[in-house]
Design a protein around this ligand. Structure first.
Ligand code: PBG
Length: 334
């Protein structure tokens, strides 16, 4: 069929028609909401570079988790910021650590909410790197043992799923093995498989107080110029026992998301990271772009590229918008 008999504009004439032929739609089920948890009571510290996002003490995190779950968001991913850091990330495995208490208390308050935990050392180490240092570099093989210990302590505290993000070789296998030895064979691993060394994590490091004091993460996170290597990373994680795989960041990596979707049949997560969120907020605050429209366009594009699940600081906002009848219509008329 060809023009003038065939006209693609016919199916674009009204919102009803567009709704009928829309190929991708967002659902509240698609989202995981990140929460930053700090010590204290009644604490709700705004993160300057991420308007609308806060560091919460456990009591406040419970309120926020409830609000998210009531909006239909199925899961949160928790990041703990301990009062004290050291070189060996001791506080990451403390029975009474910030994250262990947060898991327990949020689980008690909102039992059906899926609690995922980020398994990494950077928030707990004085040097801010994602593992145990040996001279100037992160020692892979000692680090994966610590990661396994952390994952196990999260599971013991009641986490429903663990998400290793340190980009150490063999971390998924080490965690799987340790979980299984401790009777946690039913705890899934969401692997940060293709995690790039990205400047888009800037605002997160303010939120989680986890910036490396020296150097960068290029010796363990991936080079943003690579795509084949991402497939190798994912292959290894799948072989090591990952239940869910991840590409991170999302927006500048839609090609990687698409490729991962085509090459693997595991549930695929995309992490819509802090810098991607902050850029939208900053431009919207200046009146340069429309927050809601850009948010919907970005998140829909991440799903269109192939993500089954999206970790996003927009999760609550999007859930609120999705409660309206037809969000595309609503945003069109704003
Ligand atoms: C921990 C971790 C980071 C992010 C998630 N887990 C920071 C990093 O690797 O430096 C980034 C998330 C974001 O930017 O939103 N390693």
């Amino acid at each position: 069929m060809q023009f003038p008999e065939y006209r693609l504009r016919r199916l674009r004439q009204t919102e009803t028609l567009r709704r009928m032929v829309r190929e991708t739609t967002l659902s509240v089920d698609d989202f995981i909401y990140p929460l930053f948890v700090v010590e204290g009571k009644g604490v709700k510290n705004p993160i300057k570079s991420m308007p609308g996002i806060f560091q919460f003490s456990i009591d406040e995190a419970i309120k926020e988790a409830k609000r998210a779950f009531e909006l239909g968001i199925p899961a949160v991913i928790l990041f703990g910021i301990p009062a004290q850091k050291d070189a060996s990330a001791f506080s990451a495995v403390a029975k009474n650590g910030i994250i262990q208490r947060a898991i327990k208390e949020i689980k008690n308050a909102v039992p059906e909410l899926c609690i995922i935990t980020d398994v990494c050392l950077c928030e707990y180490t004085t040097h801010g790197h994602c593992g145990i240092m040996e001279g100037n570099s992160v020692d892979n093989d000692t680090t994966i043992e610590v990661l396994a210990e952390i994952a196990c302590s999260h599971a013991t505290a009641g986490a429903d799923m663990v998400a290793p993000s340190a980009m150490m070789d063999g971390q998924v296998a080490a965690i799987r093995e340790r979980l299984d030895e401790n009777n946690f064979h039913n705890i899934p691993i969401m692997a940060y498989s293709a995690k790039y060394a990205s400047a888009f994590y800037g605002p997160f490091r303010e939120a989680a107080q986890s910036a490396p004091k020296q150097g960068d993460r290029k010796a363990y996170q991936m080079d943003f110029a690579n795509s084949d290597e991402a497939m190798r990373e994912i292959t290894l994680d799948v072989e090591e026992g990952a239940d869910i795989i991840m590409v991170k960041p999302a927006l500048a990596y839609l090609d990687i998301i698409r490729r991962a979707k085509e090459e693997f049949d595991l549930p695929l997560v995309a992490y819509n990271v802090s810098g991607e969120y902050s850029m939208v907020k900053a431009a919207a605050q200046n009146g340069w772009i429309d927050n809601d429209k850009v948010m919907m366009e970005m998140l829909t594009a991440i799903k269109r590229a192939g993500a089954d699940i999206i970790i996003s600081y927009f999760a609550v906002e999007v859930a609120q918008l999705l409660k309206q009848k037809n969000i595309y219509e609503t945003t069109n008329h704003k």
